[in-house]
Write a protein that binds this ligand. Sequence first.
Ligand SMILES: C[S@@+](CC[C@H](N)C(=O)[O-])C[C@H]1O[C@@H](n2cnc3c(N)ncnc32)[C@H](O)[C@@H]1O
Length: 270
Amino acid sequence: MKKLFDLLDKPKPFAPHTTDFWDDEHISKGMLEAHLAPDVDAASRTAAFMDASADFIARRLPPEHYEKVLDLGCGPGLYAKRLRERGYKVKGVDISRRSIRYAKEQFPGIDFVCQDYLSLTETNQYDLVLLLYCDFAVLPPDDRKQLLDKIRQALRRDGRFLFDVFTPQAFLNREEIHTWFKEQSGFFRKEPHLCLESYIPYGDDVHLERFILIDENGNVEAIHNWHQAYTYDRLRQELLSSGFDIESSYGDAKGSVSNKKSETLCVIAF
Ligand SMILES: C[S@@+](CC[C@H](N)C(=O)[O-])C[C@H]1O[C@@H](n2cnc3c(N)ncnc32)[C@H](O)[C@@H]1O
């Protein structure tokens, strides 16, 4: 009960999950299914979006000049596959063993590695680094800084970093909510459990989606999905403080023109 009561307090910004999220045996099964669902924006964008996104990347940063690509948080390799088809040499890195196993089986010939991207050690290797589907902004500020340093180090001198983030527009009109439901078996747990679900806006464009899971034996865990929403200026300031600047920006990762209603911001940084 003490752990439950502690977890029900408003956590400090970017407090981690109390359990494995990306590499959990059960969650990663549902996650892979969500990645592979072609018609929904779930763990990956829709197949049509990813096709358009790969076309945009090939148009804007063609393989003739940006051949060597490092895809961070590559999931089951859905972008890596599309980029190889367009002439790139891709290495995919992901922390989920299940996703990397799938990617290796399905797309032989592409280099996939199961690794935490915060522990990258490569230097001066890549023409282009990708971090797609708004993954940058789920990290705590110190990890974002560390990741930018690693990416800077992995890129060749004239390389590019393309990634996307959510904007404040994506959270507009969302109000704090606390609810609960009981499941026999669900996305987070195979066994029967209670899920206490919250959405908590923190101010300063930080948002938390929290799932507290209680199983029949009284075990309690919390999943904390954080998001830092970014305006263009905020993102540019953060990039500048890590030695990057923005070359061009778009409303999404398929190169749409950005406008006031865009819920994502995609940038090419150098
Ligand atoms: C929202 S999914 C996006 C997957 C892929 N980029 C796409 O668009 O299809 C985020 C991915 O990042 C991976 N991930 C999360 N944290 C990571 C870390 N620290 N190191 C490597 N991969 C990570 C997850 O396993 C997951 O596959």
